[in-house]
Design a protein around this ligand. Structure first.
Ligand SMILES: [Fe+2]
Length: 147
């Protein structure tokens, strides 16, 4: 598996959790809480990998710098929205509204990464560095699984 496949696999997982969340009703309190915890755990791991392993060399490259800065900001924006969602009662009518904005933001972020940043990264980053990225990412995931 290369770094792009690993990150795309995470994206699929996040999109699935978001979809499951969108299909809940305001009566499904436990389910909403469970899915939100899953979403938070996935996003934390994924953002950690991207921000520590994937983005730094892209930030230092003129071709990818702007897109990468944008990606960091999108992570922060989503984190704030997720915090807002976690503070709401799952029965609150705003719950689905906030979730929908999170979903729209993440879909935009994922699309931009997969269709633009990943393609540029493939051209700009050497094979050896891409290999070491996937090894670091897998090590982080293993460490998380043991914790
Ligand atoms: Fe991402």
């Amino acid at each position: 598996m290369n770094i792009f496949e690993l990150l795309k696999k995470d994206h699929v997982k996040v999109k699935q959790i978001l979809q499951d969340m969108c299909e809940t009703t305001s009566r499904a309190i436990k389910k909403r809480q469970n899915l939100l915890q899953q979403l938070i755990a996935e996003l934390q791991m994924h953002e950690k990998i991207e921000e520590r392993v994937f983005y730094p060399p892209l930030k230092n490259n003129n071709t990818t710098r702007q897109l990468t800065l944008e990606a960091y900001e999108e992570h922060h924006a989503v984190d704030d929205l997720v915090k807002k969602l976690a503070k709401l009662e799952p029965s609150d009518e705003r719950w689905l509204a906030v979730l929908t904005v999170i979903k729209e933001n993440l879909h935009h972020h994922i699309e931009e990464e997969e269709n633009r940043l990943f393609l540029k990264a493939q051209e700009e980053i050497g094979e050896q560095e891409l290999n070491s990225m996937v090894q670091s990412a897998q090590a982080m995931k293993r460490q998380e699984a043991r914790a």
